[in-house]
Design a binder for this molecule. Structure first.
Ligand SMILES: *[C@@H]1O[C@H](CO)[C@@H](O)[C@H](O)[C@H]1NC(C)=O
Ligand SMILES: *[C@@H]1O[C@H](CO)[C@@H](O)[C@H](O)[C@H]1NC(C)=O
Ligand SMILES: *[C@@H]1O[C@H](CO)[C@@H](O)[C@H](O)[C@H]1NC(C)=O
Ligand SMILES: *[C@@H]1O[C@H](CO)[C@@H](O)[C@H](O)[C@H]1NC(C)=O
Ligand SMILES: *[C@@H]1O[C@H](CO)[C@@H](O)[C@H](O)[C@H]1NC(C)=O
Ligand SMILES: *[C@@H]1O[C@H](CO)[C@@H](O)[C@H](O)[C@H]1NC(C)=O
Ligand SMILES: *[C@@H]1O[C@H](CO)[C@@H](O)[C@H](O)[C@H]1NC(C)=O
Ligand SMILES: *[C@@H]1O[C@H](CO)[C@@H](O)[C@H](O)[C@H]1NC(C)=O
Ligand SMILES: *[C@@H]1O[C@H](CO)[C@@H](O)[C@H](O)[C@H]1NC(C)=O
Ligand SMILES: *[C@@H]1O[C@H](CO)[C@@H](O)[C@H](O)[C@H]1NC(C)=O
Ligand SMILES: *[C@@H]1O[C@H](CO)[C@@H](O)[C@H](O)[C@H]1NC(C)=O
Ligand SMILES: *[C@@H]1O[C@H](CO)[C@@H](O)[C@H](O)[C@H]1NC(C)=O
Length: 420
């Protein structure tokens, strides 16, 4: 057998080539169609476990004509891409946003392995319960994982460290127990981590110090114990750190003063001891500093007066002593000053008398002294709403000048030597 004519050979070649091209296109179409059909079938199956009657998921049906078998893929053009909460890229599920969708049940049967292109999973504000399954970590592409506001319990799986691309991890408002897995230190791209309002115990893993992209960390209201790892000072992008409401002990690491982007530093309601490190005066971006209800001693470092953006300063419920520094309001933006329930002595510094930004100030339950008529009253900040001077050693007469404080709602002077 021979092919005779060069022209025929050429056209045969062209035809064969064309067929190959068409077949390639056809199979690639089939490929993506079957991929999404498989994803649809997998999601539909998961829905039927515990969310069959969920009115939010009525669009989650297999097409066409109610066909529900994933076996007959070539005929079944099922695609989840138009379903509620589903976003596809190139016909494959990329985002699943089922926030506040009345979901219940667990994630045990969630088809993690059938959604290879999932990058964004938001199941927040539902009633999902049980453990966070370790299989979730097979989703190495996940960028955002939002499971907050559910009823998840048990431990955070160690496998979570395999979600290498994760940028936001929200687990707050659940009932998670156990300790924070140190594998969290492998999530090198993480920028937001919220684990607040759970029942987590044990130490804050020092491995957190490897997450150089972290900007937002909230671990408030757990039962975390041990020291604040000084490695946190490596996180130079950090702008929000909330460790309040735990059982953390030891010193406030002076190296926290290196976090030059920190906007909120919230360490209240722990067992922290020692003094307030003077290095915190280097936190030039700081807007809010809370160290309330700890076991802190010593005096307020004058370096805190350098904080030119500080609006909220809460030092109450400690064992702090000495005089308040003169320049606490030198920035001119101090709004809330709460130093109640400490062992402070001396007068209210003159620098505070004309702090025109002051809105609420509580000096109560200390051993402050001084003549009341020389404080405030003469010049009264327009913004002032609350002034609590009770339980101190102030003396003198209550001046009528207080009446000039236009916005003053509450003035407390009980338990002093003040005559009215
Ligand atoms: C789950 O939700 C569906 C409706 O969305 C409801 O019919 C079912 O009873 C719920 N199951 C549980 C365990 O709450
Ligand atoms: C698929 O459909 C058949 C008949 O229409 C039904 O018996 C079967 O339960 C369905 N399967 C699922 C998973 O819904
Ligand atoms: C697939 O669908 C075709 C036509 O609807 C049908 O003839 C065939 O039996 C089906 N195959 C399977 C495995 O269900
Ligand atoms: C979609 O697929 C095309 C062709 O395979 C590819 O070039 C493109 O990058 C894909 N888009 C995304 C967002 O993955
Ligand atoms: C997930 O990964 C683990 C290994 O960590 C593997 O044993 C398991 O089979 C995977 N699960 C799925 C559903 O792919
Ligand atoms: C912390 O632990 C104590 C004692 O085990 C427990 O009473 C308390 O409820 C826990 N608090 C939180 C927020 O988990
Ligand atoms: C913190 O940074 C120092 C150097 O800046 C480095 O030696 C150390 O390994 C880092 N620690 C962590 C836990 O990232
Ligand atoms: C910080 O955490 C505490 C829980 O201890 C919470 O009450 C507070 O709202 C959090 N602060 C901010 C600003 O999120
Ligand atoms: C808090 O930490 C102390 C040690 O610093 C420990 O004795 C105590 O049991 C812890 N409390 C809780 C509730 O974990
Ligand atoms: C961090 O702060 C500590 C103590 O304040 C200091 O010794 C150290 O050099 C600082 N590290 C960096 C990287 O700035
Ligand atoms: C910070 O405050 C201290 C003490 O009040 C002062 O000596 C120092 O010069 C200040 N530094 C800056 C940068 O303002
Ligand atoms: C505060 O210090 C005094 C004496 O310095 C001590 O008796 C008291 O127990 C301390 N209070 C707290 C809450 O640490």
């Amino acid at each position: 057998m021979m092919v005779f004519v060069p022209v025929g050979k050429a056209s045969l070649f062209i035809v064969v080539h064309l067929v190959l091209v068409l077949l390639t296109i056809f199979f690639s179409f089939l490929g993506s169609a079957s991929a999404s059909a498989e994803e649809a079938a997998a999601l539909f199956k998961w829905k039927s476990f515990s969310n069959r009657g969920n009115p939010m998921l009525t669009s989650w049906i297999l097409q066409p004509n109610g066909a529900n078998s994933s076996n007959n893929i070539s005929k079944d053009i099922a695609s989840p891409c138009n379903w509620y909460g589903v976003t596809c890229i190139n016909g494959s599920v990329n985002k699943l946003n089922l926030q506040e969708s009345s979901m219940n049940g667990t994630l045990y049967n969630f088809p993690f392995s059938s959604l290879p292109n999932l990058e964004y999973l938001d199941m927040s504000l539902n009633k999902l319960s049980g453990s966070i399954p370790p299989q979730i970590s097979n989703h190495s592409k996940l960028i955002d994982l939002h499971l907050q506001g559910n009823e998840f319990s048990n431990e955070i799986p160690h496998e979570i460290g395999r979600l290498k691309n994760l940028q936001t991890l929200y687990l707050h408002f659940n009932s998670l127990t156990g300790s924070i897995p140190e594998e969290i230190g492998q999530l090198r791209f993480l920028s937001e981590l919220d684990m607040s309002f759970n029942n987590l115990r044990g130490p804050i893993p020092s491995e957190l110090g490897y997450l150089y992209n972290l900007e937002y960390v909230d671990m408030g209201y757990n039962n975390l114990s041990g020291p604040i790892p000084p490695e946190i000072s490596n996180l130079t992008s950090l702008d929000f750190l909330n460790l309040s409401g735990n059982n953390l002990s030891g010193l406030i690491p002076p190296s926290l003063g290196n976090l030059s982007n920190l906007f909120n530093l919230l360490l209240g309601r722990n067992q922290l001891s020692g003094s307030i490190p003077k290095e915190l005066g280097n936190l030039m971006a700081l807007d809010r500093l809370t160290v309330s209800d700890n076991l802190l001693t010593g005096s307020i470092p004058p370096t805190l007066c350098n904080l030119s953006h500080l609006e909220y300063l809460y030092l109450d419920g400690n064992n702090l002593s000495g005089h308040l520094p003169q320049g606490l309001c030198q920035s001119g933006v101090l709004n809330f000053l709460v130093v109640r329930h400490n062992m402070f002595t001396g007068p209210i510094p003159r620098g505070l008398n004309n702090c025109s930004s002051l809105q609420r100030a509580s000096f109560s339950r200390n051993q402050f002294t001084g003549k009341l008529s020389e404080m405030f009253g003469v010049f009264c900040p327009k913004t002032l709403e609350l002034m609590d001077l009770s339980n101190n050693n102030f003396y003198g007469e209550l001046s009528a000048n207080w009446g000039r404080c236009q916005n003053l709602i509450t003035l407390r002077i009980a338990q002093n030597n003040i005559s009215v």
